[in-house]
Design a protein around this ligand. Structure first.
Ligand SMILES: [Zn+2]
Length: 338
């Protein structure tokens, strides 16, 4: 058996469109934006089988399904093809790498949507699914937004009950810090010093008039993850009226964390004091890790660690701090995380 992938698979983007006869929202579901995160791919394929068999009908609006959004990364069974498709996402006149080519065909599709649901899975434990929520309504420069109420309403109806917010502004602050503090040699290794580098599928969709959620469905190989993804798709279609189905349950008991700071790994010698998992809790002053020169990195306040990456390339994100957020979501207050 050959492991080679047919060349054509890595040179085009395949999407499927189901249009209802009645008016309604334009909804897109993405799988495998990161190639080794296949829960969304499996869930989309399951949904397509039902649509194609006539067991389910899109009655209103338009549903676009992209089971494999990064076909090169998917063929390689890894996160990225040439680079991370979910950063610095924008069309470009002179494509340099595979993801630039995908961006040129994907971005116009995203710009033509009301709603995006982007399905991912995580490397790190724990496997509990969580939702990445966008900003509150604002007229700022980084990401002006006016559809927070609709986005929040969908977030509480996907199924999972843990929500994380504050991605893009924390990322932009991290870029500023990086620019101010990095040595020249480290700068060369940095992914980017452009604040818009934090723009992925959801940010791009919001920039172009839609609203969007990323759902982390669990760990990559968790057999539950495709089920979480599938339920989220069905709940989205029911909530937005594309299919006739009972209104999904509102998750009134939810946890909400706000990312507050990103800490870069600066040196191969930077080490965590233990193996951290996302959402591990710590108290102000707890030692998280040590810099190569022995300096202790301590928690600035009570909070949680998110996306720890023990082997991050120096100059790139090592981990994020997060705190409980008091933001109301769909008019409801979160409960404090245990
Ligand atoms: Zn991902």
């Amino acid at each position: 058996m050959t492991t080679a992938t047919p060349a054509h698979r890595a040179h085009m983007l395949k999407s499927h469109v189901y249009a209802g006869f009645e008016p309604g929202p334009r909804v897109i579901i993405l799988g495998a934006v990161h190639g080794n995160e296949i829960c969304g791919t499996l869930a989309i394929e399951r949904l397509m089988a039902e649509l194609d068999a006539g067991e389910l009908t899109i009655l209103r609006g338009r549903l676009t399904l992209i089971p494999v959004t990064n076909p090169l990364a998917h063929a390689k069974v890894q996160r990225n093809g040439d680079r991370n498709l979910n950063r610095n996402l924008a069309p470009t006149n002179i494509p340099q790498d595979f993801e630039d080519h995908i961006a040129n065909v994907l971005c116009p599709i995203l710009a033509d949507q009301d709603v995006l649901l982007d399905l991912h899975s995580t490397t790190n434990p724990p496997g509990q699914p969580f939702i990445m929520l966008g900003p509150q309504n604002n007229t700022g420069e980084l990401l002006p937004f006016a559809r927070a109420a609709e986005e929040e309403a969908l977030a509480l109806r996907l199924g999972p009950t843990r929500i994380v917010e504050g991605w893009l502004d924390t990322y932009a602050e991290g870029v500023k810090y990086r620019l101010a503090h990095a040595s020249a040699s480290l700068r060369a290794q940095m992914l980017s010093t452009d604040p818009s580098y934090g723009v992925g599928t959801t940010e791009y969709t919001r920039k172009h008039g839609g609203y969007a959620l990323t759902l982390e469905c669990g760990q990559h190989n968790d057999p539950e993850a495709p089920e979480v993804a599938y339920r989220a798709i069905r709940n989205t279609l029911a909530h937005l009226g594309l299919i006739d189905a009972p209104a999904p349950t509102v998750q009134a008991e939810f946890e909400l964390l706000k990312l507050s700071q990103v800490i870069d790994r600066m040196d191969e010698g930077d080490r965590f004091v233990r193996e951290w998992a996302s959402f591990d809790h710590f108290k102000a002053g707890d030692v998280i890790g040590h810099r190569a020169n022995g300096t202790a990195l301590t928690a600035p306040s009570d909070g949680y660690i998110v996306f720890p990456s023990p082997i991050a390339v120096p100059g790139n994100e090592w981990f994020y701090f997060a705190q409980a957020s008091e933001r109301l979501v769909d008019g409801r207050a979160a409960r404090i995380m245990g």
